[in-house]
Structure formats: C-alpha cells, structure tokens
Design a protein around this ligand. Structure first.
Ligand code: PLP
Length: 427
C-alpha cells in the first residue's frame, strides 16, 4: 500500500515520477472558465487525441486521390481496413487475433452476438443479467427474449446486491447460476458495471455458466482499455465493446466483438450475415451462398466505416506506445489516490458534521475495479452541479450517484488532488 499524502506537493511529486505524464499532452483537454477542465468522464466519452484529425484527414485525402480505388490503393486499403485494428484490439482483450473484429455499433453487436449465443431450447431459455444493467443492454435482452416468444418477466433472471450492499458478490452470482442451472441459456453481464464500477470476476462467472451448460457473454463498454482482460484464457464465449469511452475514438465510435475460437471457427454457427462477413477472397465474386470469413470477421455485416476506424486507430497507436501494463499500474495508483482523498474528506467532516458526507460504492479492492469511483454524496445533485460550475466534469447517474473516472492516459495526480480539494469544500 502506497503511503499517500493529502498535499499539493505530494501530488506534484507523483506527477513528476509518472513515466506516462507526457501522454496528457497528446490530448485536447476541454477548457472551462479559461482553464483546463478537470475532466473525469473518460468512462463516458474519452478525450480527443491530437493525432485523430490527422488520421481521419489522411483517409479523406485518400478518398480525394483515389475515389473508389482507395479500397485497394489507399496506404491502408479500405478493403482490409478493419484488420489494421485487430492486433491491438486483440492484445487489449486478451484474445487471439482471429477472435476480434471492429464493426458496427455496440448495441447492434450485442444483438448480433445474442443471435448466435442465446439460442433457447426447451426449458433452457433464460438469461441471467444485472438488475442494474445499462438500459440499452436491458432493452436488448428484453427484446431478444420477446423475439424468441418468451416474456421478459419470466425469462430474465436479475442479479441484485444483498440488502444494504452495492456490489454483487461472486459467490452469489455463482449460486444463482447453480440454482437455475437447468433453465439458463446465457449469462450476459457488463464486465465492469457502469454504475458502481465493479469489475466482475469474469473467469469464475464464465466457469459457473459453462458448468451449468450456458454460454457466458460480457459487454465490455466500461472494461475495454480500462482493465486487464484475458477473454481467451477465461474461456468467455462472446463479448462486445465500444470505442468512445476509454478508447477515445470519438462520439458513436466503431464498436467491436470478441468470439472465442471454439465458436469463431465453427462456420455452421447460426448468425445474421452480410457481405463483409464473407471470406474476403471470394467476397467480390459474389457467391450465392455465404462463405464466412475466418474467425470473428465472419460476423461482419457491412463494409468498414473507415473514418471512425481511422479515429480508433489514432487512439490505439497511443495505447501501443504507452503500454497496457504501465497504464493499468498508473490507473490503480490514481484511483486509489482519489479513494484516499475522499476518505480523508470523510474523516475531516466526521469531526464537525453528523456522519460522513460521501459513500464510495465502488469496490475497495483495486482488482475489482478500473479507473472509476462512484459515490453517493449528501445533497448529491446539488454537489454535482457545483462541481461542474467549478470546472470539474464528472457525471450524474440516477438515482443518486456521481461517477468520477481518473483516466491514466490523460489525468494527473494534480487533477485528482484539485478535484478532491473542491469536493471537500462542497460537501
Ligand atoms: C454498458 C453499456 N451498454 C450499452 C451502451 C450503449 O451503447 P451504444 O449507444 O453505443 O449502443 C452503453 C453506453 O454508454 C453502455 O455503457
């Protein structure tokens, strides 16, 4: 445990020692009231890398120069553009290269994956999910069970924390799977819960799902680029991710999928097909029968959206230089520092106020979270608005949570220190 200190001098010295400190200069930091904002919403929309415009402009220039020929003659031919992202994405997901592909948008991909991996049969037709799942995931799951002729009230099993608790215990998830072992067709959770920031134990949950004869899938919206993932090793069946949060690819950025090789190599697995999922060798000979491309690429539908993919490439190249291990190590320190400073606010206020003004609901164990602290704050909505006025960009999630995400690529220890100092005056 690092002996943190609540002082400006300490925060400055941590920044000086930080080998990643210069990466901040590679991003545009929004300006509020004439100074850099304290930006803590990389879990919602990551900041724009300064290189993004150049990457996108390059593709616009290729388009200007080549027109349709850019599909084959651009420096990165558009015909294969999605493949230029694969190795970096696979490393981030802990995947083999054929298990990952960038395509479509997030909720679209979740539906496509459920087409292949939620295949109810007989009494096995239920999906296990979080009660506090992100609404889009919930709607996707509800509409999938309806599509198959079931009612969401019956076919969705919800995981809720124990009374008085905020986070889900792995043992409770395992027990719920075991209790419903004959009826669960798939387990589908957010790998990192958007509300609490809890990083689930994907390996144990996947094993429990498999032991019960179900598939295990995860939405990595809040996990990709945030926490270490070993999807292949953990035997996860399917997963989808977005690129506009920690991957800094811009609003509505391209999404992607992971499909374990066990399934990705199975060309008989039912899927909704489109021409881009056809083997690129024969794609342009327009075979009457779909021949799936190797691996996850066989789930693509449409030709690659090159401009948003160029934006993603700009950010992935920054990740590659920074190195995932260094980023995760800094992330743990930075988030633990924020936690320490919030605890300090509570300790100081306890002496004067009645009780502690801030309750951290994110797991205390750094292994069970990424770079996010979610907190329930007394008079939370008003504190949130005052934080915004003071130049701190956090977010408010109904009913009562302020989320703060210190992102290791561009947030500093001074950001965290200054944020906590402002919070301390507001609670
Ligand atoms: C967990 C989760 N699922 C789904 C979505 C919706 O994603 P999209 O609008 O890209 O489909 C989000 C967006 O923030 C999310 O965080």
């Amino acid at each position: 445990m690092v002996p943190f200190e609540n002082s400006e001098q300490y925060a400055l010295s941590m920044d000086e020692q930080d080998s990643l400190k210069d990466f901040r200069n590679q991003f545009y930091i929004p300006v509020i009231h004439g100074r850099d904002a304290l930006y803590f919403t990389g879990n919602s929309l990551g900041l724009e890398p300064r290189s993004t415009q150049e990457y996108v402009l390059n593709e616009l220039e290729e388009w200007a120069s080549y027109g349709v020929e850019g599909h084959f003659h651009a420096a990165t031919p558009w015909y294969h553009y999605q493949d230029s992202l694969t190795l970096q994405l696979a490393e981030m997901m802990g995947a083999e290269k054929d298990e990952v592909v960038a395509m479509n948008t997030l909720t679209t991909n979740l539906h496509l994956l459920l087409v292949s991996f939620y295949r109810p049969q007989g009494k096995r037709y239920k999906i296990l999910c979080e009660y506090d799942a992100f609404p889009s995931d919930l709607y996707a799951l509800q509409s999938q069970v309806l599509f198959h002729g079931y009612s969401p009230e019956d076919a969705l099993i919800f995981l809720r924390p124990r009374p008085g608790e905020y986070i889900l215990r792995t043992e409770d998830i395992q027990k719920t799977i075991e209790k419903n072992r004959d009826t669960i067709a798939s387990v589908m959770l957010g790998a990192v819960n958007y509300y609490t920031g809890q990083f689930f134990e994907l390996d144990k949950i996947t094993k429990a799902a498999h032991d019960a004869g179900a598939t295990a899938g995860f939405n990595l919206a809040h996990a990709a680029g945030n926490v270490p993932l070993k999807l292949h090793e953990w035997d996860v069946d399917y997963a989808c991710f977005c690129s506009y949060k920690y991957l800094n690819a811009g609003p509505g950025g391209v999404s992607g999928i992971f499909i374990h090789n066990r399934h990705a190599t199975d060309s008989s697995l039912p899927r909704f097909a489109g021409w881009w999922g056809n083997d690129p060798e024969t794609r342009f000979s327009f075979p009457r029968t779909f021949i799936p491309a190797k691996g996850a690429r066989g789930w693509q539908l449409s030709n690659a959206p090159v401009l948003p993919m160029a934006a993603l490439k700009a950010s992935l190249d920054i990740f590659s230089v920074a190195g995932l291990e260094r980023l995760y190590a800094k992330s743990r320190l930075l988030t633990s520092y924020l936690e320490f400073l919030i605890d300090d606010i509570n300790t100081a206020k306890e002496k004067t106020d009645s009780g502690q003004p801030v309750t951290i609901i994110t797991p205390r164990d750094p292994e069970s979270r990424g770079c996010q602290i979610s907190m329930v704050v007394r008079n939370g909505r008003s504190v949130f608005e005052k934080l915004t006025d003071a130049g701190c960009i956090t977010d408010w999630r109904e009913p009562d949570v302020i989320r703060v995400a210190p992102v290791p690529l561009y947030n500093s220890f001074m950001d965290v220190y200054r944020f906590a100092a402002i919070l301390g005056t507001l609670v």
